[in-house]
Design a protein around this ligand. Structure first.
Ligand code: GLY
Length: 545
């Protein structure tokens, strides 16, 4: 089994991701004189080869870029709904959601954003030739890799669904009928050829050239609705990061259509009013206040958040001090407030845990926090014929049942309903923390809706509780999402008395294997050293020099 390098101290640059090959590809680019954005692009392309679970060409993501010059940009390459998407495209005649169509195959794919997004990042900030950034990924796909233990186990876990698609079997299964394991050389010649096409022809080849023709032909032959115009018209957006403060720290977050930046900042704002005890992050009174804050902020999320290009979202109001104070005042310090009592007029979408996050810093102190996804593990499970990459299933990050009504018979406003060209709400929360205007922390995580809460807990652990990053990442995590009214706790990491105490306050607790995978970089304010730490929950590799 491949080893893991979970921690590294570096002076000149570092990349930390779930995968050794990908972190090394990023650092190789830094060593060639590339900057953090170049390295992030190389890491992202490498993850499309080595971490097919979530790394991708056929999906989307977000990149938060903070340059040493102080320039801050939130790059949005989230998938978009195709032009022919309709609000009820996943409903059966009886009004219920079609599980098959909304999870597997071709209809559930949003228009991919990753390749255009990475190229847009390179055009604006890159310094090395484009092809150099893709070459490590081409080599990995062409010569082959050994999957890390997490990815190999994931292939086994999802074997049944992957086997629905002959092209996926051809890609991820050996001739003996088993998926590639950690000791099998895993080569992806089709993906290598696709990457070579992108290296030579850029995003235009992918979105308008020969690849686009082959992509559309396969998608449409299998019931998908993405057409050539959808691909050609896909738009990357450079947005203003969400900016806020907590204690003496500045927090930069991802704006909508990510719920991450707004949600994390809202929670931090509320916590400012709740005066957490700064001495022990695991004290039950602190945990209770954290959970209640999550509950109220996730209610806001379900009520108001969606694509700002499609409707007005009251972001300023949500982030206002007045709103934070009002939530803080409502929180009962002793008892859990049943979510049902708060409101139940809104829908909750069901985001999956299978995303990937990585963090990058270069010697100038340029920072990139990047989170990418195919939505589910291995996306829609369908590999595009002859092209070697998986389709996303991001359409089900929309609220896909517009006819869902509440107990009073009212259909909710559904700000995250499906519409042509709209972006589905995300939880991906790439985040940068600054102290006195200088880089302090680069972080983010996979984990569906729990991402916001994982990032919140990493921020609290490093700023309020002042823990070293490694200890901050090792703290047990919990997560509440308003609905369902459940506290998710990491199995085996919490004291039984803590769980019991939360239950006795009225929290309904459930155990999950783990929450998040927050590969992060801490920048020591005194020495200036970079400390890259891989989260130990799945797999990880911190590389630096
Ligand atoms: N599909 C996971 C997310 O966007 O948060």
């Amino acid at each position: 089994m491949r080893p893991q390098q979970l921690s590294v101290k570096a002076q000149q640059g570092a990349v930390v991701s779930i995968d050794e090959y990908a972190s090394k590809a990023g650092v190789q680019v830094l060593k060639q004189g590339g900057n953090a954005v170049d390295a992030a692009i190389a890491t992202a392309f490498a993850l499309a080869v080595t971490h097919p679970f979530a790394g991708n060409l056929g999906g989307g993501g977000f990149m938060l870029i903070r340059l040493a010059s102080g320039e801050e940009v939130a790059l949005d390459f989230r998938e978009m709904a195709p032009a022919r998407a309709t609000a009820d495209m996943f409903l059966k005649a009886d009004g219920t959601v079609d599980y098959e169509l909304s999870n597997f195959g071709y209809l559930v794919a949003g228009v991919p954003g990753t390749v255009k997004g990475l190229e847009a990042a390179w055009r604006k900030f890159g310094s090395l030739p484009w092809a150099n950034l893709i070459q490590p990924a081409i080599d990995l796909a062409h010569h082959g890799i050994y999957l890390n233990a997490y990815d190999a186990a994931s292939l086994v876990r999802h074997q049944k669904d992957l086997a629905r698609f002959p092209e996926t079997i051809k890609t991820f299964f050996k001739l003996d009928g088993f998926p590639y394991g950690t000791s099998d050389l895993f080569r992806q010649p089709n993906l290598a050829a696709t990457l070579a096409g992108i290296a030579q022809g850029g995003a235009a080849w992918f979105y308008e050239g020969e690849m686009a023709d082959r992509f559309i032909a396969d998608v449409q032959a299998n019931g998908g609705i993405i057409n050539k115009a959808d691909l050609k018209d896909y738009e990357v957006k450079f947005r203003e990061p969400i900016k806020g403060t907590f204690g003496g720290y500045e927090i930069l977050g991802m704006p909508l259509p990510s719920a991450g930046g707004v949600g994390v900042q809202q929670m931090l704002n509320v916590l400012k009013y709740l005066n957490l005890d700064e001495h022990n992050p695991l004290e039950v009174p602190n945990l209770h206040l954290l959970l209640e804050t999550m509950r109220y902020v996730f209610l806001d999320r379900a009520t108001y958040l969606g694509d700002t290009d499609f409707g007005k979202v009251p972001v300023a109001e949500l982030l206002s001090e007045g709103h934070a104070a009002a939530i803080a005042a409502k929180i009962d310090r002793q008892r859990a407030t049943p979510s049902q009592l708060l409101f139940e007029d809104v829908q909750v979408n069901n985001e999956n845990l299978e995303t990937t996050h990585f963090s990058v810093i270069d010697k100038q102190g340029n920072l990139v926090s990047a989170t990418l996804t195919l939505e589910e593990a291995f996306g829609s499970k369908a590999v595009v014929k002859g092209l070697g990459f998986l389709l996303n299933c991001e359409m089900h990050d929309f609220n896909i049942n517009p006819r869902q009504v509440n107990f009073q018979g009212i259909t909710p406003a559904n700000p995250n309903g499906i519409a042509p060209h709209k972006r589905m709400l995300s939880s991906m929360t790439p985040t940068v923390v600054l102290k006195d205007g200088k880089p302090f922390l680069v972080t983010g995580s996979p984990g569906g809706r729990s991402i916001l809460n994982v990032v919140l807990q990493v921020i609290l652990a490093t700023t309020l509780y002042k823990l070293p990053l490694q200890r901050a990442l090792a703290l047990p995590r919990l997560s509440h999402h308003w609905m369902p009214d459940v506290v998710y706790l990491e199995k085996g990491r919490w004291e039984a008395e803590t769980v019991q105490a939360l239950a006795s306050q009225g929290h309904s607790v459930a155990e999950v294997d783990f929450l998040g995978d927050a590969h992060s970089i801490f920048i020591d304010p005194v020495t200036g050293l970079y400390e890259a730490e891989a989260d130990t929950r799945r797999a990880g590799w911190a590389e630096g020099y």
